[in-house]
Write a protein that binds this ligand. Structure first.
Ligand SMILES: Nc1nc2c(c(=O)[nH]1)N[C@H]1C(S)=C(S)[C@@H](COP(=O)(O)OP(=O)(O)OC[C@H]3O[C@@H](n4cnc5c(=O)[nH]c(N)nc54)[C@H](O)[C@@H]3O)O[C@H]1N2
Ligand SMILES: Nc1nc2c(c(=O)[nH]1)N[C@H]1C(S)=C(S)[C@@H](COP(=O)(O)OP(=O)(O)OC[C@H]3O[C@@H](n4cnc5c(=O)[nH]c(N)nc54)[C@H](O)[C@@H]3O)O[C@H]1N2
Ligand code: SF4
Ligand SMILES: [Mo]
Length: 743
């Protein structure tokens, strides 16, 4: 391994501080500081830093909580506007040659554009023409109109988006959460009657043991690491369950603890680190339950008083053999027993997880098996304990709360009927995956994308492209260009509509963090002086006004966002305080989400435990990839995910120093597998999946379980077809069979 690619011994630390310094003393630096201090929540992840008390403050009012990821996001938004003649110079074929980072680096979108059928260029158009096209496009059968959204926009934009769609009679509200935490929402709702984290930031601080499953928090939720450091400092435990050793989960150097970072090279994070086979977490948790029973560490009194269905869950754990558990997950019985003992002997355990749990065909079962383990030890419904899905986008949870979902809850449905003056459609609606399938079958005429990159985020990019090309009109509402704008083209008209970001909006907005805390974002300004931007609120209300008229909703009146907040207060359970927020400026925790008593939001107040069958994990043979059994190469299980320098489909930095991956076209493999397959480190290979192949991929040796491999997304999305969890419709991005061969 060369010096430049040698990975650091701790996550965070000097490379992060260096990034901070470089950016904040750059010519952009003053502007970055101004935006970091702006009273609005961070654009990046859902940990929820920022808000009324300024950009550096977390939900508990603690300072020094802004991380380098947030600087990365702000600095990308502070790029210059794309020049008016840029798109006349370059054809769509030329733009299609750009990679994700190059698309983002073009700069901020600054004027509305259209790519018409048979034209080679995006061309500038007026907002008036945008509305005229929208008027025609939305006047289609409601089931042939759809939206997709990505959780960067505000609660207010989310609320009116779904209000418009429901007033049209459509339930096709696909959202990025369908590709993300939908299994958490579905699973937790069934068990606890509430689909979000039951743990507040305050409550997390009381915990003496955190079990972190399938999360690379050092990269994706950096300020969560501060909490883990503090829990370790007071003698608490951190158990990591992850097939890959993520360096920052072993040791993390946080700028919030400068002395430790500089003198000791960081703080120790994991007390125990176990590496299960990808997709086998149900087996791990059933194993933990079995061991808890054997070690007499089950809280039967709690189970009897506060849960239903526990007897079946206990029987299932008892009756599942150790052999099938260890065979499925690859962990030894001793490893599982040690994890169980640590959980069972701790007073207050938080179970936190991210995509390693949800990106599987049994994602909902994964979530339920974690919930069962929390319940079996009495760790749900008390301060310092509970289940905590760690949400992705900064306001993805707010989108769900506002009703941007195909699974609208009954209370919201009832309340909305009063506003739209008609009943809310009972049609099933298309999730993000459903939408791709429906457009593949030519069932969609119009698609309105509020942010995101539907093309790049989906498995099987060839299929995604073909499907989107069957849609007549696509509106992409965005701040910066991405791959989707150049590859996800419609049959007739593709429009790119530029909007203000969160710190530029001419009106107040709110967002919701993953810990159920509502942030108030103040009015801001943009540095793009000559640009023709619009706010998302103005855009959606203007379209709605054109297509739906003024009755029963005065859409243009809603451009004063305080009226939208009034409607939210009346419609969205737990959100009453938002009606007062313009006066009080009081950010708040949403009611009935944080459980510090074992009384849940189910019909009888008890948690509804359900048996989780062990998955049957198979590895296909070479013939599956269309080659003969005796041909060279080896089959591995690929997990696709994020590098340290990207936000989802948007790449900021190509190298991932922490994993020693110098560029995007790498595959991380276990050293033994490299040998076994007859390969050598840094060799270039071909990677094949069931949908496509990638050539010239460099092998990097890394700390990953034998039999598994890791690659970056969105690039890896050309490889595989969508295999989904049938309940949540989320693709199995973390368990993809691949064949690696030298040619
Ligand atoms: N900087 C930055 N921040 C982000 C994002 C970003 O792209 N960049 N994205 C945001 C979004 S939308 C999301 S959803 C989150 C994502 O946050 P994460 O879920 O942390 O992101 P992933 O890269 O998908 O990593 C998942 C982790 O799961 C592990 N894993 C894979 N398969 C399994 C398995 O079968 N079992 C277990 N137990 N573990 C497994 C992987 O090794 C990896 O460490 O981050 C959010 N925050
Ligand atoms: N293989 C693989 N695929 C995956 C995943 C994986 O782990 N592996 N992860 C999945 C997950 S968890 C998720 S959440 C999805 C992410 O899927 P998406 O949410 O669809 O994708 P993003 O890359 O986050 O979208 C970024 C774009 O949003 C736009 N944007 C940014 N800020 C704003 C704003 O303020 N307003 C508007 N209107 N637009 C804005 C910008 O144009 C930017 O290019 O990808 C999924 N796909
Ligand atoms: S942890 Fe997340 S919310 Fe907090 S500053 Fe970093 S990216 Fe922003
Ligand atoms: Mo996500």
């Amino acid at each position: 391994m060369t010096e430049s690619t040698k990975s650091p011994s701790a996550g965070g630390g000097l490379p992060v501080l260096k990034y901070w310094l470089e950016k904040s003393v750059s010519p952009q630096g003053v502007k970055i500081w101004e935006k970091l201090n702006h009273q609005s929540s961070c654009l990046s992840c859902a940990w929820g830093t920022g808000g009324q008390k300024g950009g550096f403050v977390n939900e508990e009012g603690e300072y020094l909580q802004r991380c380098a990821k947030s600087v990365e996001a702000i600095s990308a938004e502070l790029q210059e506007g794309i020049k008016p003649d840029f798109f006349t110079q370059f054809t769509i074929e030329e733009l299609q040659q750009l990679d994700s980072q190059q698309c983002d680096r073009l700069g901020r979108l600054s004027y509305p554009m259209i790519l018409r059928k048979d034209s080679k260029h995006y061309e500038r158009i007026s907002w008036q023409e945008v509305y005229d096209i929208a008027e025609k496009a939305f006047k289609k059968l409601p089931e042939r109109v759809a939206s997709y959204s990505s959780g960067r926009s505000s609660n207010e934009a989310a609320f009116i988006l779904q209000l418009m769609m429901r007033a049209l009679g459509s339930n096709n509200l696909a959202d990025c959460s369908d590709l993300c935490h939908a299994p958490s929402t579905v699973g937790l709702k069934e068990v606890f009657g509430s689909g979000t984290s039951m743990v507040s930031l305050e409550s997390l601080k009381h915990s003496d043991c955190v079990v972190l499953i399938g999360s690379n928090a050092p990269a994706n939720h950096p300020r969560l690491m501060n909490e883990l450091i503090k829990i370790r400092d007071k003698g608490g435990k951190v158990i990591i369950i992850n097939p890959q050793i993520e360096v920052g989960l072993v040791k993390f150097a946080s700028p919030a603890f400068p002395i430790k970072s500089l003198l000791k090279g960081g703080s120790n994070i994991s007390t125990l680190y176990v590496q299960p086979i990808p997709g086998s977490d149900v087996a791990v948790f059933v194993g933990i339950q079995k061991s808890l029973l054997e070690q007499n560490l089950v809280d039967f009194e709690y189970l009897c008083n506060y849960t239903d269905g526990w007897q079946e869950v206990v029987n299932h754990a008892e009756n599942t053999s150790w052999e099938s558990i260890t065979d499925t997950c690859g962990l030894s019985r001793e490893e599982i027993e040690e994890v169980a003992y640590t959980i069972g002997k701790s007073d207050k355990v938080v179970f936190a997880w991210a995509m390693g749990i949800t990106h599987h065909t049994n994602g909902v079962d994964n979530v339920k098996s974690i919930a069962n383990t929390a319940l079996i030890t009495g760790n749900a419904g008390k301060m310092g304990a509970g289940t905590m899905p760690i949400r992705g986008h900064s306001n993805v949870q707010g989108f769900g709360s506002m009703g941007v979902t195909i699974r609208l809850s009954e209370p919201i449905k009832q309340a909305l009927q009063g506003i739209i003056g008609q009943s809310v459609t009972e049609t099933k609606g298309y999730s993000a995956r459903g939408l791709i399938t429906a457009s593949f079958h030519k069932k969609i005429d119009t698609l309105f994308c509020l942010g995101g990159n539907l093309y790049g985020a989906n498995p099987d990019l060839t299929e995604a492209k073909r499907s989107l090309s069957n849609i007549e009109t696509i509106f992409y509402v965005a701040t910066k260009p991405n791959l989707g704008h150049f590859h996800g083209l419609a049959k007739e008209n593709t429009l790119i509509l530029p909007v203000f970001n969160r710190f530029e909006n001419p009106h107040r907005t709110t967002t919701e963090s993953g810990n159920n805390f509502v942030r108030l974002n103040e009015v801001g300004t943009t540095h793009l002086k000559d640009a023709d931007l619009i706010s998302e609120i103005e855009l959606i209300t203007s379209i709605a006004d054109k297509i739906l008229g003024k009755n029963p909703i005065n859409w243009k009146g809603l451009q004063d966002t305080s009226y939208i907040r009034e409607l939210i207060a009346k419609t969205i359970p737990g959100y009453q305080k938002i009606g007062e927020i313009d006066k009080t400026k009081e950010e708040f925790t949403i009611d009935d989400r944080i459980f510090t008593q074992p009384k849940f939001s189910t019909a009888n107040g008890k948690a509804q435990m359900q048996v989780t069958p062990l998955p049957v994990l198979t590895i296909p043979d070479k013939e599956f990839f269309g080659v003969s059994a005796d041909s060279e190469g080896m089959v591995l299980i690929l997990g696709s995910g994020r590098g340290y320098g990207q936000h989802n489909t948007v790449v900021y930095n190509t190298a991932d120093k922490y994993r020693g991956m110098p560029h995007r076209h790498c595959i991380l493999m276990n050293r033994e597998d490299i040998k076994k397959g007859g390969f050598v480190e840094n060799q270039r290979v071909k990677v094949k999946g069931d949908a496509g192949e990638l050539n010239n991929i460099e092998i990097i040796a890394g700390n990953i379980l034998q039999g598994s491999a890791f690659m970056f997304y969105p690039e890896a999305n050309v490889l595989f077809k969508a295999h989904i969890d049938n309940l949540a419709e989320t693709p199995a991005y973390k368990r993809v069979p691949i064949l690696i061969c030298s040619k």
